[in-house]
Design a protein around this ligand. Structure first.
Ligand SMILES: NC(=O)c1ccc[n+]([C@@H]2O[C@H](COP(=O)([O-])OP(=O)(O)OC[C@H]3O[C@@H](n4cnc5c(N)ncnc54)[C@H](OP(=O)(O)O)[C@@H]3O)[C@@H](O)[C@H]2O)c1
Length: 278
């Protein structure tokens, strides 16, 4: 099986490369990032896919700077919506499967409880609306698609865990939002789920996050507890900690579809975090 990864130098792309390299399966991996393959160019995407002829394309490329997307609207839509559309068109043309990674921010998140794959979406930010349009294009233009929505992702790269550890080096006290709830997810668990899923024909939309839930405040406290860092963490509200992009208050995802197929191997978020920080 030949697999092409886009955005391969990002957090998820790096973990996928690592796991695929040690996989026992007969897998051939072609890793690309912005410089080798700009997913916003249909010509480049078509030419690359016609040349490589992958069986599966995993799209890890995205504009993930949620606040920046609010002002960088055109690029957000180019990368998060037109990019996946180009990949969907080209994958369909060569009969390849497409794995599109999406986000909990496609939901409005005003109501408590875990969201299932068929729950009504209602993004509140440019990042969320552009990712949702990307999902719709993938569904429209590629028959053999998997959309996997994840959340609060951390791995090799910039993420909340690293931001907290960095801030702790220079601060004795931190303010962290305590009224937004989600499921911190390790790229290790997500990459494994994607590798399992891409080898099936269970096409459609999936939720893929670590089990359990917490607020950003709980997440920060757990990071410091595991690392034994003595720091005062103040729980603040979203209203006290205003950001350019509005975030959903409740964006816990239920891995309902993965469970139905017997493919939900995600660990509890605290267990995965301990391994990451070890
Ligand atoms: N991070 C999270 O908390 C989170 C939460 C929910 C869902 N997700 C989704 O999970 C997926 C993976 O996220 P991640 O955290 O691994 O992202 P990431 O670390 O930001 O990596 C994204 C990669 O895409 C590349 N890229 C940007 N524009 C591109 C283009 N036009 N063509 C090709 N590559 C391009 C980036 O390159 P440059 O660095 O050079 O720009 C970067 O290597 C994304 O679909 C994201 O929306 C992430």
């Amino acid at each position: 099986m030949k697999i092409l990864i886009t955005g391969a130098n990002g957090q998820l792309g790096l973990e996928l490369q690592k796991q695929l390299a040690t996989s026992s399966e007969e897998l051939q991996v072609v890793s690309t990032d912005y410089l080798d393959l700009d997913i916003t160019s249909l010509n480049q995407v078509k030419a690359k896919l016609l040349y490589v002829k992958p069986d599966v394309v995993i799209n890890c490329a995205a504009h993930t700077a949620v606040d920046k997307c609010e002002e960088d609207i055109e690029n957000a839509y180019k990368i998060n919506a037109i990019g996946p559309k180009n990949l969907a068109i080209a994958c369909d043309m060569i009969g390849a499967k497409l794995v599109q990674v999406s986000t909990d921010y496609v939901f409005n998140g005003d109501v408590p409880g875990a969201r299932r794959e068929d729950d009504v979406t209602g993004p509140q930010s440019i990042y969320g609306t552009s990712k949702l349009l990307g999902e719709e294009y993938v569904k429209t233009f590629c028959k053999k698609h998997f959309i996997i929505r994840t959340a609060w992702l951390y791995g090799e790269g910039n993420n909340f865990v690293r931001t907290m550890l960095k801030l702790a080096e220079t601060n004795k006290e931190l303010n962290v939002v305590g009224d937004q709830f989600g499921s911190p997810t390790s790229t290790v668990d997500l990459a494994k789920a994607i590798i399992d899923l891409m080898q099936t024909e269970y096409y459609g939309t999936f939720h893929g996050t670590c089990e359990g839930e917490c607020s950003w405040y709980d997440f920060a406290c757990k990071i410091f507890e595991i690392r034994g860092i003595d720091i005062k963490v103040n729980k603040v509200t979203s209203e006290q900690f205003v950001r350019p992009a509005k975030r959903p208050k409740f964006s816990v995802l239920d891995n309902f579809m993965l469970r139905l197929y017997g493919l939900n191997s995600f660990r509890n978020w605290e267990e995965a975090l301990k391994e990451y920080l070890a």
